[in-house]
Design a protein around this ligand. Structure first.
Ligand code: SF4
Length: 387
């Protein structure tokens, strides 16, 4: 049975409920390998397995073929995340990029992002990725403070991350993102200001600044449960405001709660998520959403490869969304952006809306509602209150 027949059988069994004319314009690919496991990380990740990684790449390409038999895929954005995609060898990454071209037409791709390890970007790997069409690198620096990097269990030092940044810049990528984190155990506002100063001096095109969250099933969560680590909402608010003030003063546009960009460097891929666009997620644990269906692949790279290479579906969970659920998600995600939400989306939430406006958390700008700087600190609570 070929892949198209398999897809048709799946449809006939009622396993899928997707409009035949769905056009997929955004692809995410999850590569779960990491040289070291960070103690705060809740993503599906695992140590590199050199014996299995070629087979794993085979499976990713096979899964893309399976989707291409079902959907029209005309990607505008591709995002290789993880894990650490650059944990794959240069040859493996080159092969993935090359074979993508053979499975789907990539002429409309405007942004191709790869997350890179801040500790081990080689000039050879950077040049190969650029030559193969990658346009954007996201570098997981997190902090320029070696003491905090140690607490985070990161593999790299600040010096190594800086060397990686310069290698990527020299390779000529049109856009570079630096990921940073605040609210870390033992981090002071002065530490955070130094990290922001250093980042601004390097002038990346995009900066993501995330607040540490204590996720279940992580070592940090267990340490928080014993009282060793404590989250502090008022300190987090100060870190957030410090970032907002310093980055805006340096010319970065705060275009989403955790994201800042120089003009023209906003992430097209992430914007598509926030606007509720359909996307396909390939690889173990990856989510996909097409129309009103959401599904997640099995979060185990061996089981994933076994299933896909046997011609079976790697899907572990499916969820049928309703229009109302999807709309609620769109409101919550759009509110986090500087575009805000169209006024008609909040037509039903009159009293709560007026209350947030009176509290100075929300404001109307022509036909849209956007969060005020104070509202940005409470984006998730405002979104919940409006719905
Ligand atoms: S490198 Fe990233 S994905 Fe890997 S363990 Fe650390 S935080 Fe998680």
């Amino acid at each position: 049975m070929d892949l198209l027949q398999q897809a048709n059988v799946d449809s006939a069994r009622g396993n899928v409920h997707r409009p035949a004319d769905a056009v997929i314009r955004h692809i995410y690919l999850h590569i779960p390998f990491c040289a070291r496991i960070c103690p705060y990380c809740a993503f599906y990740k695992t140590l590199p397995d050199r014996d299995q990684s070629d087979r794993f790449c085979d499976a990713l390409l096979r899964e893309l073929e399976m989707h291409a038999a079902q959907f029209r895929i005309e990607p505008e954005t591709i995002f290789f995340g993880g894990g650490t995609p650059t944990a794959l060898s240069t040859a493996q990454l080159e092969r993935l990029l090359r074979d993508f071209h053979e499975i789907v037409a990539l002429s409309a791709v405007a942004e191709w992002t790869i997350e890179a390890n801040a500790g081990s970007v080689s000039p050879r790997k950077a040049a190969a990725l650029r030559a193969a069409g990658v346009t954007r690198i996201s570098l997981g620096v997190q902090s320029w403070n070696d003491r905090l990097l140690k607490i985070l269990g990161r593999e790299h030092t600040a010096a190594k991350a800086e060397a990686s940044y310069h290698i990527i810049r020299a390779a000529g990528f049109p856009s570079i993102n630096i990921d940073l984190m605040f609210g870390l155990p033992g981090q002071t506002v002065a530490d955070w200001q130094l990290t922001l100063d250093k980042t601004i001096a390097l002038r990346p095109d995009h900066i993501s600044a995330y607040c540490l969250t204590y996720e279940e099933d992580t070592e940090f969560f267990r340490r928080q449960a014993t009282g060793e680590y404590q989250s502090d909402e008022s300190a987090d608010a100060e870190f957030f405001t410090t970032a907002l003030t310093m980055l805006e003063a340096a010319g970065y546009i705060h275009y989403e709660t955790s994201n800042y960009a120089l003009p023209g460097h906003e992430s097209i891929h992430n914007r598509a998520y926030w606007r509720g666009a359909d996307y396909l997620g390939l690889g173990p644990s990856a989510f996909s959403t097409v129309a009103l269906e959401r599904w997640q692949n099995v979060a185990d790279y061996r089981a994933y490869a076994n299933r896909v290479l046997a011609g079976e579906s790697p899907v572990a969970d499916r969820e049928q969304l309703t229009t109302a659920m999807k709309q609620r998600e769109r409101v919550a995600l759009s509110l986090r952006t500087n575009e805000g939400v169209p006024a008609e989306w909040l037509a039903h939430s009159g009293e709560a809306r007026r209350e947030f406006i009176d509290l100075g958390l929300l404001e109307q700008r022509s036909a849209r509602y956007v969060l005020t700087p104070r509202g940005k600190l409470l984006a998730d609570s405002v979104a919940a209150g409006l719905m």
